[in-house]
Design a protein around this ligand. Structure first.
Ligand code: SF4
Length: 294
């Protein structure tokens, strides 16, 4: 292989050495999603039983460098919009309809809103996509909802929502006890519900819910009823909900007792949610996930 061709390949694969940004073809996005990891230290204020983050391996770095992060996203924007990304495995086998840039998603090895630079990075990436004429590309925040009312987070959300933003907020339980069992956090469940309500009163929210088999059991009927009551309360308070994304475990997790629910059980739960929350769109994502290129 000539030096020139090698250099070209290295350029296309440069993202594999990035610290903060990564491309994926996502089922949710039905296209390319550029992930932003604001938690390279792998710290999170939740410790979900189904978390896929490998915290046994020490992080490569702990700090966030906003300049480097912006350069990495700029490079990925160029690779995706030029089509070069789709010459590199596994993206070279992506379906034609998935060869489009859908969003930049704040998601990673921890809770993005705990990063001090959160509002700064949102402002930078909003300006970056505008400068490239990519206003239609969404900015998606995937959050555990613990810090949605913190002033610096609200500042970031204001910029996010002014720039094709979407907020996807986690709600995995209907009771404090099950929330503590699954999300294993010290943050009170009441704060999550209060944050969801306050945010949904201002902006449309998508609720992300992961139901699973934990220690041999899925969520009980009573837990699902309590969950439905929580979502109903958000709607009755005037909250704007886009819908629910209902997940189960899709990939292996460090906790062997966190297992996916079978597709039939996911369908049954989705039916229960549809009955209890009439009119609210429920999108179901079964596990395990197909390969990145599918
Ligand atoms: S909120 Fe996300 S990153 Fe944090 S423990 Fe749960 S799944 Fe892992």
């Amino acid at each position: 292989m000539s030096k020139l061709v090698k250099a070209h390949l290295d350029h296309r694969r440069a993202w594999m050495a990035f610290d903060f940004a990564y491309p994926v073809i996502s089922r949710r996005s039905r296209g390319v999603s550029l992930g932003v990891n604001l938690n390279p230290d792998k710290l999170c204020n939740f410790n979900c039983v189904y978390c896929e983050v490998d915290r046994a391996t020490p992080p490569r770095r702990r700090d966030v460098d906003p300049d480097q992060l912006e350069r990495e996203i700029a490079s990925l924007l160029d690779l995706t919009t030029s089509g070069e990304l789709f010459q590199v495995p596994p993206f070279d086998s992506a379906r034609p309809e998935h060869r489009r840039l859908n969003d930049i998603a704040f998601s990673g090895d921890g809770e993005p809103t705990t990063a001090r630079c959160f509002p700064q990075v949102i402002a930078r990436l909003a300006a970056l996509k505008a400068a490239r004429g990519l206003e239609a590309v969404k900015l998606v925040l995937i959050t555990d909802a613990t810090r949605l009312q913190a002033p610096e987070v609200v500042e970031g959300l204001e910029c996010l929502m002014a720039n094709q933003g979407e907020i996807w907020a986690k709600l995995d339980a209907g009771t404090e006890a099950y929330y503590r069992t699954i999300n294993r956090t010290q943050v009170p469940f009441s704060r999550i519900l209060d944050n969801l309500r306050a945010t949904a009163l201002r902006w449309p929210l998508t609720i992300q819910t992961l139901f699973l088999e934990w220690q041999g059991q899925g969520p009980t009927a009573g837990e699902v009823d309590a969950y439905i009551a929580c979502v109903q309360a958000l709607l009755e308070a005037g909250g704007k909900l886009e819908g629910i994304q209902l997940y189960t475990v899709a990939r292996p997790t460090p906790e062997p007792e966190a297992r996916p629910l079978p597709a039939a059980e996911m369908d049954r739960l989705a039916g229960r949610l549809k009955d209890g929350l009439p009119g609210l769109p429920i999108e179901v994502f079964y596990g395990p996930e197909p390969t990145a290129a599918e």
